[in-house]
Write a protein that binds this ligand. Structure first.
Ligand SMILES: Nc1ncnc2c1ncn2[C@@H]1O[C@H](COP(=O)(O)OP(=O)(O)OP(=O)(O)O)[C@@H](O)[C@H]1O
Length: 271
Protein backbone atom coordinates (compact mmCIF):
# COMPACT_ATOMS: atom_id res chain seq x y z
CA UNK A 1 0.00 0.00 0.00
CA UNK A 2 1.32 3.45 -0.88
CA UNK A 3 0.78 5.96 1.87
CA UNK A 4 1.58 9.65 1.70
CA UNK A 5 2.44 11.10 5.06
CA UNK A 6 3.42 14.74 5.05
CA UNK A 7 5.78 14.37 7.96
CA UNK A 8 8.19 16.90 6.49
CA UNK A 9 5.54 19.59 6.37
CA UNK A 10 4.82 21.08 9.77
CA UNK A 11 1.21 20.64 10.73
CA UNK A 12 -0.52 23.87 9.95
CA UNK A 13 1.11 24.57 6.63
CA UNK A 14 -0.78 24.26 3.42
CA UNK A 15 -1.17 20.75 2.12
CA UNK A 16 0.69 19.81 -1.05
CA UNK A 17 -1.90 17.34 -2.37
CA UNK A 18 -5.12 19.25 -2.68
CA UNK A 19 -7.87 18.14 -4.98
CA UNK A 20 -9.47 21.53 -4.94
CA UNK A 21 -7.93 24.84 -6.02
CA UNK A 22 -5.19 26.10 -3.73
CA UNK A 23 -6.73 27.17 -0.43
CA UNK A 24 -7.24 30.80 0.36
CA UNK A 25 -6.15 32.81 3.38
CA UNK A 26 -5.91 31.20 6.79
CA UNK A 27 -9.23 31.46 8.63
CA UNK A 28 -8.17 29.61 11.75
CA UNK A 29 -4.76 29.22 13.33
CA UNK A 30 -3.36 27.99 16.61
CA UNK A 31 0.11 28.67 17.93
CA UNK A 32 1.63 26.56 20.67
CA UNK A 33 -1.70 25.99 22.37
CA UNK A 34 -1.64 24.19 25.70
CA UNK A 35 -4.59 23.27 27.89
CA UNK A 36 -4.56 21.88 31.38
CA UNK A 37 -7.26 21.24 33.95
CA UNK A 38 -7.06 21.14 37.71
CA UNK A 39 -7.75 17.60 38.84
CA UNK A 40 -7.66 17.51 42.62
CA UNK A 41 -4.32 18.98 43.63
CA UNK A 42 -2.54 18.38 40.37
CA UNK A 43 -3.05 19.65 36.83
CA UNK A 44 -3.89 17.33 33.97
CA UNK A 45 -2.03 18.49 30.88
CA UNK A 46 -4.31 17.78 27.93
CA UNK A 47 -2.85 19.77 25.02
CA UNK A 48 0.89 20.21 24.58
CA UNK A 49 1.86 23.05 22.25
CA UNK A 50 -0.53 22.46 19.36
CA UNK A 51 0.04 24.60 16.25
CA UNK A 52 -2.07 24.37 13.13
CA UNK A 53 -3.74 26.37 10.41
CA UNK A 54 -6.91 25.90 8.40
CA UNK A 55 -7.29 27.86 5.18
CA UNK A 56 -10.40 29.09 3.43
CA UNK A 57 -11.61 26.39 1.06
CA UNK A 58 -10.36 23.53 3.23
CA UNK A 59 -12.24 20.74 4.94
CA UNK A 60 -9.91 19.26 7.57
CA UNK A 61 -10.29 16.42 10.02
CA UNK A 62 -8.74 15.87 13.42
CA UNK A 63 -8.32 12.24 14.41
CA UNK A 64 -6.58 10.38 17.18
CA UNK A 65 -7.08 7.75 19.82
CA UNK A 66 -9.74 8.27 22.45
CA UNK A 67 -8.58 10.78 25.04
CA UNK A 68 -5.89 12.28 22.80
CA UNK A 69 -7.43 15.75 23.16
CA UNK A 70 -9.40 16.18 19.92
CA UNK A 71 -12.56 17.63 21.45
CA UNK A 72 -10.58 19.79 23.85
CA UNK A 73 -8.67 21.20 20.89
CA UNK A 74 -11.87 21.79 18.92
CA UNK A 75 -13.50 23.61 21.84
CA UNK A 76 -10.41 25.82 22.24
CA UNK A 77 -10.26 26.58 18.51
CA UNK A 78 -13.96 27.47 18.50
CA UNK A 79 -13.59 29.86 21.44
CA UNK A 80 -15.73 27.68 23.73
CA UNK A 81 -12.75 26.88 26.00
CA UNK A 82 -9.79 29.08 26.80
CA UNK A 83 -6.34 27.65 26.18
CA UNK A 84 -3.98 27.73 29.16
CA UNK A 85 -1.20 29.20 27.02
CA UNK A 86 -0.67 29.88 23.35
CA UNK A 87 -2.84 31.81 20.95
CA UNK A 88 -5.70 31.18 18.57
CA UNK A 89 -6.80 33.40 15.70
CA UNK A 90 -10.29 32.84 14.33
CA UNK A 91 -11.37 34.91 11.36
CA UNK A 92 -8.72 37.50 12.08
CA UNK A 93 -9.54 37.85 15.78
CA UNK A 94 -7.14 36.80 18.52
CA UNK A 95 -9.44 34.88 20.85
CA UNK A 96 -7.36 35.83 23.88
CA UNK A 97 -7.95 39.54 23.40
CA UNK A 98 -11.34 39.73 21.71
CA UNK A 99 -14.09 41.13 23.93
CA UNK A 100 -16.84 38.83 25.19
CA UNK A 101 -19.39 40.70 23.11
CA UNK A 102 -17.34 40.39 19.95
CA UNK A 103 -16.72 36.69 20.61
CA UNK A 104 -20.45 36.13 21.08
CA UNK A 105 -21.19 38.03 17.87
CA UNK A 106 -18.56 36.01 16.01
CA UNK A 107 -20.07 32.74 17.25
CA UNK A 108 -23.58 33.74 16.33
CA UNK A 109 -22.93 35.13 12.89
CA UNK A 110 -19.75 33.68 11.43
CA UNK A 111 -19.10 30.37 13.14
CA UNK A 112 -21.21 27.22 13.02
CA UNK A 113 -21.19 24.31 15.45
CA UNK A 114 -22.34 20.78 14.82
CA UNK A 115 -21.80 19.21 18.21
CA UNK A 116 -23.89 16.34 19.46
CA UNK A 117 -24.30 17.85 22.87
CA UNK A 118 -24.28 21.44 21.79
CA UNK A 119 -26.91 24.09 21.96
CA UNK A 120 -30.33 22.82 21.05
CA UNK A 121 -32.58 24.73 23.40
CA UNK A 122 -34.91 22.15 24.94
CA UNK A 123 -37.84 24.53 25.37
CA UNK A 124 -37.81 25.66 21.74
CA UNK A 125 -39.25 23.72 18.81
CA UNK A 126 -37.02 22.42 16.04
CA UNK A 127 -38.01 25.31 13.76
CA UNK A 128 -37.33 27.82 16.53
CA UNK A 129 -33.97 26.20 17.24
CA UNK A 130 -32.92 26.52 13.61
CA UNK A 131 -34.00 30.18 13.63
CA UNK A 132 -32.28 30.91 16.95
CA UNK A 133 -29.10 32.63 15.62
CA UNK A 134 -31.25 35.34 14.02
CA UNK A 135 -33.57 35.69 17.02
CA UNK A 136 -30.54 36.18 19.26
CA UNK A 137 -29.40 39.01 17.00
CA UNK A 138 -32.94 40.41 16.79
CA UNK A 139 -32.99 39.76 13.05
CA UNK A 140 -35.74 38.30 10.92
CA UNK A 141 -34.85 34.63 10.23
CA UNK A 142 -34.37 33.89 6.49
CA UNK A 143 -37.42 31.65 5.99
CA UNK A 144 -36.41 30.28 2.60
CA UNK A 145 -32.88 29.37 3.66
CA UNK A 146 -34.22 27.70 6.81
CA UNK A 147 -36.89 25.77 4.90
CA UNK A 148 -34.34 24.64 2.31
CA UNK A 149 -31.81 23.54 4.94
CA UNK A 150 -34.46 21.56 6.84
CA UNK A 151 -35.68 19.96 3.60
CA UNK A 152 -32.13 19.00 2.60
CA UNK A 153 -31.75 17.18 5.89
CA UNK A 154 -35.24 15.66 5.86
CA UNK A 155 -36.46 17.31 9.07
CA UNK A 156 -39.22 19.58 7.73
CA UNK A 157 -41.90 17.46 9.37
CA UNK A 158 -40.22 17.90 12.74
CA UNK A 159 -40.46 21.70 12.71
CA UNK A 160 -42.93 21.83 15.63
CA UNK A 161 -41.35 19.05 17.70
CA UNK A 162 -39.27 19.66 20.81
CA UNK A 163 -35.67 18.36 20.80
CA UNK A 164 -36.43 15.93 23.63
CA UNK A 165 -38.76 13.99 21.34
CA UNK A 166 -36.03 13.51 18.70
CA UNK A 167 -33.42 10.81 18.30
CA UNK A 168 -29.72 11.71 18.55
CA UNK A 169 -29.42 11.63 14.78
CA UNK A 170 -32.44 13.90 14.33
CA UNK A 171 -31.01 16.36 16.86
CA UNK A 172 -27.75 16.32 14.95
CA UNK A 173 -29.61 17.13 11.74
CA UNK A 174 -31.33 20.07 13.47
CA UNK A 175 -27.92 21.41 14.52
CA UNK A 176 -26.67 21.00 10.97
CA UNK A 177 -29.76 22.62 9.44
CA UNK A 178 -29.09 25.66 11.59
CA UNK A 179 -25.50 25.75 10.33
CA UNK A 180 -26.56 25.34 6.68
CA UNK A 181 -29.15 28.10 6.92
CA UNK A 182 -26.62 30.35 8.61
CA UNK A 183 -23.87 29.70 6.04
CA UNK A 184 -21.08 30.54 8.49
CA UNK A 185 -17.47 31.09 7.44
CA UNK A 186 -16.02 28.43 9.74
CA UNK A 187 -17.84 25.27 10.79
CA UNK A 188 -16.68 23.14 13.72
CA UNK A 189 -18.14 19.65 13.78
CA UNK A 190 -17.58 17.05 16.50
CA UNK A 191 -18.46 13.57 15.19
CA UNK A 192 -21.03 15.07 12.81
CA UNK A 193 -22.10 11.69 11.46
CA UNK A 194 -21.73 9.76 14.70
CA UNK A 195 -25.44 9.33 15.39
CA UNK A 196 -26.56 9.03 11.77
CA UNK A 197 -27.40 6.16 9.44
CA UNK A 198 -25.10 5.79 6.43
CA UNK A 199 -27.37 7.59 3.97
CA UNK A 200 -27.95 10.60 6.21
CA UNK A 201 -24.25 10.59 7.07
CA UNK A 202 -23.47 11.01 3.38
CA UNK A 203 -25.95 13.88 3.11
CA UNK A 204 -24.33 15.62 6.08
CA UNK A 205 -20.81 15.15 4.68
CA UNK A 206 -21.92 16.38 1.26
CA UNK A 207 -23.30 19.51 2.89
CA UNK A 208 -20.16 20.12 4.92
CA UNK A 209 -18.04 19.58 1.79
CA UNK A 210 -20.24 22.05 -0.08
CA UNK A 211 -19.58 24.66 2.62
CA UNK A 212 -15.82 24.08 2.38
CA UNK A 213 -15.93 24.20 -1.42
CA UNK A 214 -16.66 27.89 -1.03
CA UNK A 215 -13.29 29.66 -1.15
CA UNK A 216 -14.40 31.94 1.71
CA UNK A 217 -15.24 29.15 4.14
CA UNK A 218 -13.67 26.24 5.99
CA UNK A 219 -14.77 23.18 7.94
CA UNK A 220 -12.97 21.39 10.77
CA UNK A 221 -14.26 17.98 11.80
CA UNK A 222 -13.34 15.75 14.73
CA UNK A 223 -14.03 12.16 13.83
CA UNK A 224 -13.15 8.57 14.61
CA UNK A 225 -14.37 7.41 11.21
CA UNK A 226 -11.70 6.89 8.50
CA UNK A 227 -14.41 7.19 5.83
CA UNK A 228 -15.34 10.64 7.10
CA UNK A 229 -11.67 11.66 7.26
CA UNK A 230 -11.18 10.42 3.71
CA UNK A 231 -13.71 13.01 2.53
CA UNK A 232 -11.44 15.77 3.86
CA UNK A 233 -8.61 17.65 2.16
CA UNK A 234 -6.31 17.08 5.09
CA UNK A 235 -6.30 14.93 8.20
CA UNK A 236 -4.36 15.91 11.31
CA UNK A 237 -3.59 13.16 13.79
CA UNK A 238 -3.27 13.67 17.53
CA UNK A 239 -1.73 11.52 20.17
CA UNK A 240 -1.40 12.39 23.83
CA UNK A 241 -2.32 16.02 23.26
CA UNK A 242 0.10 16.59 20.40
CA UNK A 243 -0.43 16.85 16.68
CA UNK A 244 1.90 14.23 15.33
CA UNK A 245 1.14 13.77 11.67
CA UNK A 246 -1.00 14.87 8.82
CA UNK A 247 -2.16 13.26 5.61
CA UNK A 248 -3.36 15.10 2.54
CA UNK A 249 -6.34 13.73 0.60
CA UNK A 250 -5.87 10.28 2.10
CA UNK A 251 -7.85 7.14 1.44
CA UNK A 252 -9.82 5.59 4.30
CA UNK A 253 -7.27 2.76 4.31
CA UNK A 254 -4.37 5.23 4.73
CA UNK A 255 -6.19 6.89 7.61
CA UNK A 256 -6.97 3.56 9.27
CA UNK A 257 -3.34 2.55 9.00
CA UNK A 258 -2.07 5.70 10.71
CA UNK A 259 -4.74 5.35 13.39
CA UNK A 260 -3.65 1.80 14.04
CA UNK A 261 -0.04 2.94 14.35
CA UNK A 262 -0.96 5.76 16.71
CA UNK A 263 -3.12 3.50 18.83
CA UNK A 264 -0.47 0.83 19.26
CA UNK A 265 2.23 3.44 19.89
CA UNK A 266 4.42 2.35 17.00
CA UNK A 267 5.18 5.90 15.86
CA UNK A 268 7.80 7.83 17.72
CA UNK A 269 7.91 11.29 16.14
CA UNK A 270 7.28 13.63 19.05
CA UNK A 271 8.18 17.26 18.98
N1 LIG B 1 -12.96 19.53 32.11
C1 LIG B 1 -12.04 18.58 32.19
N2 LIG B 1 -11.38 18.34 33.35
C2 LIG B 1 -10.43 17.38 33.45
N3 LIG B 1 -10.06 16.60 32.42
C3 LIG B 1 -10.69 16.79 31.26
C4 LIG B 1 -11.69 17.76 31.06
N4 LIG B 1 -12.11 17.72 29.79
C5 LIG B 1 -11.41 16.74 29.19
N5 LIG B 1 -10.56 16.17 30.08
C6 LIG B 1 -9.63 15.08 29.80
O1 LIG B 1 -8.86 15.44 28.67
C7 LIG B 1 -8.52 14.29 27.93
C8 LIG B 1 -8.86 14.51 26.49
O2 LIG B 1 -10.26 14.60 26.35
P1 LIG B 1 -10.95 14.88 24.95
O3 LIG B 1 -12.41 14.74 25.14
O4 LIG B 1 -10.43 16.15 24.40
O5 LIG B 1 -10.36 13.67 24.10
P2 LIG B 1 -10.86 13.10 22.71
O6 LIG B 1 -9.64 12.80 21.93
O7 LIG B 1 -11.86 14.02 22.09
O8 LIG B 1 -11.53 11.77 23.20
P3 LIG B 1 -12.73 10.91 22.55
O9 LIG B 1 -12.25 10.48 21.21
O10 LIG B 1 -12.86 9.75 23.51
O11 LIG B 1 -13.94 11.80 22.50
C9 LIG B 1 -9.27 13.13 28.55
O12 LIG B 1 -8.37 12.40 29.37
C10 LIG B 1 -10.31 13.80 29.39
O13 LIG B 1 -10.65 13.03 30.52
Amino acid sequence: MTITIDQAAPVGTTSTRLTRPAPGPTLLSAREVTKSYAVGRRRAEILHGVSLGVAAGEMCAVMGPSGSGKSTLLYCLAGLEQPTTGSIDLLGRNLATVSRGELARLRRSEVGFVFQSYNLVPTLSVGENVALPWRLRRLLPPRDAIREAMATLGIESLARSLPISLSGGEQQRVALARVLAQSPRVVFADEPTGALDTTTGHVVLDQLAAIAADPQRAVLIVTHDPNVAARCDRVMFMRDGRLERQLSTPSAADVALVMAELSDGSTSSRS
